[in-house]
Design a protein around this ligand. Sequence first.
Ligand code: XMP
Length: 310
Amino acid sequence: MNYQAFVDEQVAFLRQTVGDGLAINALSGGVDSSVVTALGHRALGKRLKTVFIDNALMREGEPERVVATFADLGIPVERVDARREFLSALKGLTDPEDKRNAITRTFYADVFGRLVRESGAKFLLHGTILTDIEETVAGIKRQHNILAQLGIDPQKEYGYQVLEPLKTLRKDGVREVARVLGLPPGITERIPFPGPALAARIVGEVTPERLATVRAATAMVEEELADSGAFQYMAVLLEDKATGIRNNRREFGQIIVVRAIHSVDAREATVVEIPWPTLHRLCRRITGIPGVNRCLYDLTPKPPATVEYV
Ligand code: XMP
């Protein structure tokens, strides 16, 4: 496939479809939404408004990093601080599906839905890829009808249109398009990261304190395992606690699990054989996080485990 030609075609399609109207898109920093943002701006310039919704669940420095990366590319991204809304929607929830639903609802129905209406945009650019469509059809993924999720009824509120310029591509194709568009390797070569972000790695309630703990551990894992060749690596905070000793005192502390997997497409996965010295270093660093006194390494393949814990 000629990816330069693909870019030219999609740019022409977006220009023709949006005309002199306004479009909006939400950027997460993942490769799909990053490519849509770059493609959309090439086609529409200022007629595309791009928002980055800070949901309080991001990795260390992520909102700043994403906004700065696009600023370097000459693409303005508006950071929307929705941390309180997400945290209050998650308060008291411990069931994995309840947590995921709260995040989806807050994102679409509350925050992004409001931004779409306020912007006056009638076109929404969305980074749906072919695999998303196939998995939705096969019942693996939940139905992703973005207008329905935004609470917009196309019958009643005529005029909203969703544009999905990547819907014929798979992940490898999206990465090729990213290279044609000049996106930096920091974006195109990133390891996968789930939509519910760090909430997928907190078993039990998501609170600011528990987020701070898993965020700190995640930064350590990402530093130590960057050159591991793994498909994905992460830190997870468990709900259980365990007894430990610190400064000659017993403490009932938190438990962090480190997980690193080999995989091709995340449908199946096997554990990465991390060298012991690296694991020991990680354990030392992670048990230096306040309140954490145990660090475990997860050996479980997928199946029977999933990649994420929530
Ligand atoms: P699981 O946990 O289902 O994860 O074995 C498979 C792959 O998908 C990622 N993942 C998600 N990605 N939204 C996403 O965009 C999600 O809700 C989500 N849940 C899991 C996970 O990181 C892994 O790569």
